[in-house]
Design a binder for this molecule. Structure first.
Ligand SMILES: [Zn+2]
Length: 180
């Protein structure tokens, strides 16, 4: 949806309240939306309100404005009033930065914990992957090759072998010998 489009159908800004907590929203069909707010499957922040006491008040009808304008007006309601909405629908870049820096401050411990958990899980995963690779390629990885210089090396120590004195001297003596 292009947020700059002028809306053809009316949109409504509404407020839900249970007498203590308030929630603000924007909808084309506020009364249908009201019913979905009351469902037990409702997963938005309005679930914090007492469903039995919850009433809806339509605050404003919006028409012939852009959708982004609707979102801005909804955001103004949310930021200027005490309410349970946490996600602000429209934010300027600076608001977003402030929002996230505050979010990280408020959730620092949890974020750190999650990152650590992720790191540990991944570490185990990588270790397992490495082991599986090693086990299924063990023979190839441990096979001892005999080099033309007379030295021996395994796949994993090929680089070390190339740097040995013996191998280097051989290269100087026999310049036709290709790099292994
Ligand atoms: Zn060699």
């Amino acid at each position: 949806m292009n947020k700059n489009h002028i809306i053809e159908e009316k949109h409504y800004l509404y407020k839900l309240t249970d007498g203590e907590l308030d929630y603000y929203g924007l909808s084309k069909y506020p009364y249908l939306r009201y019913r979905s707010h009351k469902l037990s499957s409702n997963n938005c922040r309005s679930k914090l309100l007492d469903k039995d006491k919850m009433v809806m008040e339509v605050l404003k009808t919006l028409e012939n404005v852009s959708y982004i304008e609707c979102l801005k007006q909804e955001t103004e309601l949310i930021t200027n009033n005490e309410c349970v909405n946490k996600q602000v629908s429209y934010m300027s870049e600076e608001d977003k930065k402030n929002y996230w820096s505050q979010y990280y401050k408020d959730n620092q411990a949890e974020i750190k914990f999650r990152n650590k958990e992720y790191y540990n899980k991944n570490l185990e995963h990588c270790r397992q992957k490495g082991l599986t690779y090693y086990n299924s390629n063990k023979e190839r990885l441990n096979k001892r090759h005999t080099c033309l210089c007379g030295g021996k090396y395994t796949f994993r120590h090929k680089c070390d072998h190339i740097k040995t004195k013996r191998h280097k001297e051989y290269l100087i003596k026999d310049s036709t010998y290709p790099n292994i």
